[in-house]
Design a protein around this ligand. Structure first.
Ligand SMILES: Cc1ncc(COP(=O)(O)O)c(C=O)c1O
Length: 311
C-alpha cells in the first residue's frame, strides 16, 4: 500500500487578490479505493487486527459510507473478514457503495436507526463482540486512537513537503482533525469545516479524542456554518459552483466533505480571514466513490459529475 501523498498548488483569482498561496494535500491519490482519510484511519487498525490474529473487522456506517466502502476493500487485501453494521434497509445492498463492498466480501448487516444509535454503547458492543468473538470492532468512520496515529502521518509528510502556515480539513466524526492537531503540537492553526448541521458536540468530541495528550492542544478552530444545509445536503447552485471549481483546478472535490471544505475556505478567503503572505494547505480527504451514490440518487447531474469508476 502506498503510504504518502503529493501536494498540488492550486490557483484562483481570489487567492492572488488575498496574496496567499494554496496547496492541496492529495490524500485522494493514496489509493483508488482506500483513499483519503480512510487509509490514514484504517492503517493501524488493520495492522492491529493482523498482529493480534483477528479473524476480521466489524464496523459501522450509513448506506453510502466511504468508510464502509474502503474498509471492505482493505480487509479483502489483508485477508480479513469484514462485517458492516449498516444503518438502513437491506434494499441498499444494491446501491453503488454497498454493492461494491459486498462484492469484495463484506457481510452487510442492516439495522434500524434506533439500533444504530447504540453503536457506541458498551452493552451493545459487548453483544456484538460475543457474536463476532475474534473480530476487532472499529467505530463509525474508523475514528479511534489508532486512526489519530495514522492521520498524524499527514503532518510528518507535510513537514517534509513545504513550509506552511495553516491546514484545513473537513470534519465529520472528528478523527481526522484530531489526528492533525495531535501531531502538529500547536505549531500551525488547524481549521475544521464541520459538514454537519448543529453538530456542536464535535468540539467536545475533539477534546475527548485529544484528552490523553500531554500538552494542551488549543491551536485549532471549528467552523460550523459551512454545512450547506446538513450532512450530504447541498443546493444545485452549490453543486454547479463546485463542478466549475473542479474543472478550473483539475481536482475533484465531492460535495459531501472536501467540496464543503473548499466552498467554506473560499468564503473565508473572501472575508479576509488569511493574512497576506500565508501558505494554506487543504487536506483532500478522498471519498470520491460517494459521487456515484449521489449520481444514482440524482443529487448530481451526470454531465457535470462523471461517474468515479472504481474496480
Ligand atoms: C471523504 C471524507 N472526508 C472527510 C471525512 C471526515 O473525517 P472525520 O470523520 O475523521 O472527521 C469523512 C468521514 O469520515 C470522509 O468520508
Amino acid at each position: 500500500m502506498p503510504n504518502s501523498s503529493p501536494i498540488t498548488a492550486i490557483q484562483h483569482p481570489i487567492f492572488a487578490h488575498a496574496k496567499i498561496k494554496v496547496y492541496v494535500k492529495r490524500d485522494d491519490l493514496i489509493h483508488p479505493i482506500i483513499s483519503g482519510n480512510k487509509w490514514r484511519k484504517l492503517k493501524y487498525n488493520i495492522a492491529l487486527a493482523k498482529a493480534s490474529g483477528k479473524t476480521g473487522i466489524v464496523s459501522f456506517g450509513g448506506a453510502y459510507s466511504n468508510h464502509i466502502h474502503a474498509l471492505s476493500y482493505a480487509c479483502k487485501l489483508n485477508q480479513l473478514n469484514a462485517v458492516g453494521i449498516i444503518r438502513g434497509e437491506p434494499h441498499y445492498l444494491s446501491n453503488a457503495t454497498l454493492s461494491q463492498a459486498s462484492s469484495w466480501g463484506m457481510d452487510c448487516q442492516f439495522v434500524d436507526r434506533l439500533t444504530y444509535k447504540h453503536r457506541n454503547q458498551a452493552d451493545y458492543l459487548a453483544q456484538l463482540q460475543k457474536k463476532y468473538a475474534n473480530y476487532l470492532i472499529v467505530p463509525e468512520g474508523g475514528t479511534n486512537q489508532l486512526a489519530l496515529k495514522g492521520v498524524a502521518e499527514v503532518i510528518t509528510e507535510l513537514d517534509q513537503q513545504l513550509d506552511y502556515d495553516t491546514i484545513i480539513t473537513p470534519v465529520g466524526s472528528a478523527g481526522t482533525i484530531s489526528g492533525l492537531i495531535s501531531a502538529d503540537d500547536n505549531r500551525h492553526p488547524i481549521l475544521g469545516i464541520n459538514v454537519l448541521k448543529g453538530a456542536h458536540y464535535l468540539k467536545e468530541e475533539i477534546e475527548h479524542l485529544l484528552s490523553n495528550q500531554t500538552q494542551n492542544l488549543n491551536n485549532w478552530q471549528l467552523f460550523n456554518d459551512f454545512h450547506l444545509g446538513g450532512y450530504a445536503k447541498f443546493s444545485n447552485d452549490d453543486a454547479n459552483t463546485l463542478a466549475k471549481i473542479n474543472q478550473q483546478m483539475g481536482i475533484t472535490f465531492e460535495p459531501v466533505y472536501s467540496g464543503k471544505m473548499m466552498l467554506g475556505f473560499l468564503t473565508l478567503v473572501e472575508q479576509g480571514y488569511f493574512e497576506a503572505g500565508q501558505t494554506v494547505v487543504l487536506l483532500h480527504t478522498g471519498g470520491l466513490q460517494g459521487i456515484n451514490g449521489l449520481l444514482e440518487r440524482k443529487k448530481l447531474a451526470s454531465d457535470q459529475w462523471p461517474w468515479q469508476l472504481v474496480q
